[in-house]
Design a protein around this ligand. Structure first.
Ligand code: CUA
Length: 296
């Protein structure tokens, strides 16, 4: 689909370029040619010819051609019913400033990353929990707005396994640029293995004082499957396996989660997570290490 959008863009660019060249050539010709006498009758006829040809026929023809191309490309992007293999369904909700990703058929939830099988259509149902965001993975397809209270749909298909970058493309606040979605297209087997690992993951809660802090401070907003059920903030059940933290702010390497927990307001000012300055550093370290181990 992205390829077709690109093709349409180049066609429009080429046509607009051609119009520019022709109009400029006519303009230069009109300025340079020797003046000649014409009667008012002739002037009227020439004007009429330009009005009808250049003002009505040419625009109507170009718009018709563009509509024919654009309409058929647009139609192929719609999530219309398919014969044979059914699309994978995924629900994506935009938040200031992160992505909530749900697989309704398997109950798997994640955040800021989208895992999909390559070579199979994926129907995304997108919405927003706060302001208007826009979902866009430029190398896979078109853009679609994420509007609170409304479900929009778009179909994507990755032809090949690989990593694709998604980016919120509607200004949604100061950290709009830090709203990056990591899209990973897998082979069918790898995708099924990922989904199954996520479904089967058994996470043991953190024990002791750090566990207590997690439950009262973190777990009220964040969900970890089988441990805490918060709904306001990103699901953390597979945090250790995510390539990025903070929706694209930090690469997830050993130690990055602790850095994020300590400095998230410096790294991504205005994000909804409170500061952790009052938490004993040793306990914060224990929580970070536990989160780092969540890699189903
Ligand atoms: Cu979300 Cu811009």
């Amino acid at each position: 689909m992205a390829r077709e959008v690109a093709l349409l863009w180049w066609l429009m660019c080429g046509f607009a370029g051609l119009v520019l060249v022709v109009v400029s050539a006519l303009w230069i010709y009109a300025m340079r040619r020797a003046p000649r006498e014409i009667t008012p009758e002739q002037a009227k006829r020439i004007n009429l010819r330009w009005l009808v040809g250049g003002g009505i026929l040419l625009p109507s023809l170009s718009i018709t051609v563009l509509l024919l191309f654009g309409g058929s490309i647009g139609e192929r992007m719609l999530p219309l019913p398919l014969l044979g293999e059914q699309p994978l369904r995924v629900e994506i909700t935009g938040h200031q400033w992160w992505w909530e990703v749900r697989y309704p058929d398997s109950g798997v939830v994640t955040a800021n990353q989208l895992h999909i099988p390559a070579g199979r259509p994926v129907d995304l149902q997108v919405s927003s929990a706060d302001v208007i965001h826009s979902f866009w993975v430029p190398r896979l397809g078109g853009k679609i707005d994420m509007v609170p209270g409304r479900d929009n749909r778009i179909r994507l298909q990755a032809d090949e396994p690989g990593v694709y970058r998604g980016q919120c493309s509607e200004f949604c606040g100061t950290q709009h640029s830090h709203m990056i979605l990591h899209v990973q297209a897998h082979t069918d087997d790898d995708f099924n293995a990922w989904l199954k690992a996520r479904q089967d993951a058994q996470i043991s809660p953190l024990a002791g004082a750090a566990g207590e802090i997690y439950a009262t401070r973190c777990g009220t907003c964040h969900r970890v499957a089988g441990v805490s059920a918060g709904q306001r903030a990103p699901d953390l059940s597979d945090l250790g396996s995510r390539p990025m933290l903070g929706s694209g702010v930090l690469t997830n390497e050993p130690g990055s989660i602790l850095t994020w927990l300590r400095e998230h307001q410096r790294l991504k000012p205005g994000n909804a997570m409170p500061l952790h300055e009052d938490i004993d550093p040793a306990h914060l370290q224990t929580i970070a290490t536990w989160l780092e181990g969540l890699k189903p």
